[in-house]
Design a protein around this ligand. Structure first.
Ligand code: DON
Length: 319
């Protein structure tokens, strides 16, 4: 990449310049075809690999969309960071730290070995075990209520009503033996209350919410803006919760690649197997990117490259 690293200034360039840079980043990678579309959830294999959306939403409210920024895809693992924020907002820093953890496992997102190596502790909310344990902490009298609270909460981050992709949900629910095994393993260690299959069902639904790259940028910008959605003006979570969430996301959002990501890009970010990535620049805004072709760790290749480029061009690296 031939863009000089700008030293972070505390401010973004003027909105018209940000707009130019977002479109320039999109043009730069539009022909990039490295990586492979996920197929372990059968419905995901049907994604159009050519789709490429990029969006920036500023904490001050300006929005910048390029390419397929309004094409829907399922949020998948990116849901984990927003459900985590909602649960920390409800239960507080200490309870969630003890119950779910904040340290990287160094292992893949769906590792069972990581649970066994740590006395049944889920380790952090960004891997499947920790995300399932986090969803179990959402206060609700029934599974239906738990799902509705998660959907409403993520919708507040996005500033619009998010809807379930029924086809992807059913496809994953029919094939997610591994996540059900993780739920039961946590339960066997006394780390998960309630029926593990019901909790995994809500987790599977939250992963199958449809979003677009623009939504991801709005959701991330809400965390960048101290918990206030910069487009709707609604407070979704407290500023303390944003700080906690972004720390955990920086450490584990890209799983076993999180150190490499921080080294190259210098922003907390979260990926999903549909090809979405959100990267958050505290106080400034967020980048949402979508391209279905993934690397071996399950992270979108083109989304990573476009975010790396924009992080440099916009001077966002935290370090
Ligand atoms: O639980 C799963 O396997 C999927 N619903 C989500 C995995 C995911 O997005 C991993 N991210 N890169």
């Amino acid at each position: 990449d031939d863009v000089d690293q700008q030293v972070a200034t505390g401010a973004l360039p003027d909105p018209p310049r940000v707009d130019e840079l977002v479109h320039e980043a999109h043009r730069r990678y539009v022909d990039d075809d490295d990586g492979t579309v996920a197929d372990y959830i059968p419905a995901l294999a049907q994604a159009d690999p050519e789709l490429f959306g990029l969006a920036v939403v500023e904490a001050a409210g300006a929005v910048h969309d390029a390419g397929d920024a309004h094409r829907l895809f399922t949020i998948q693992s990116i849901s984990k960071l927003f459900v985590y924020a909602l649960v920390v907002d409800e239960l507080g820093h200490d309870v969630v730290r003890d119950r779910v953890g904040v340290n990287n496992t160094g292992l893949a997102f769906n590792s069972v070995v990581a649970i066994e190596l740590n006395d049944g502790h889920p380790m952090n909310p960004m891997v499947n075990a920790g995300a399932i344990a986090t969803t179990a902490l959402v206060r609700a009298a029934s599974t239906a209520e738990r799902w509705e609270r998660v959907r409403e909460g993520l919708s507040a981050f996005a500033g619009r009503q998010l809807r379930l992709n029924g086809e992807v949900y059913r496809s994953e629910a029919d094939t997610n033996d591994r996540n059900r095994a993780i739920g039961r393993l946590l339960r066997s260690y006394g780390r998960l209350d309630g029926d593990p299959d019901d909790v995994v069902d809500v987790y599977t639904r939250q992963c199958a919410l449809d979003v677009d790259a623009h939504d991801l940028a709005v959701m991330g910008a809400t965390l960048a803006d101290g918990g206030v959605n910069p487009v709707t003006g609604e407070r979704v979570v407290s500023a303390d919760v944003c700080r906690d969430t972004l720390a955990v996301v920086a450490a584990s959002g890209l799983y076993e690649r999180s150190g490499e990501w921080l080294f190259e890009i210098g922003l907390p970010a979260k990926s999903g197997v549909s090809g979405g990535i959100v990267a958050i620049a505290p106080g400034k805004g967020a980048i949402g990117a979508f391209s279905p072709r993934l690397d071996a760790a399950g992270n979108s290749v083109r989304a990573r490259r476009a975010i790396r480029h924009l992080s440099r061009a916009l001077g966002l690296n935290l370090f």
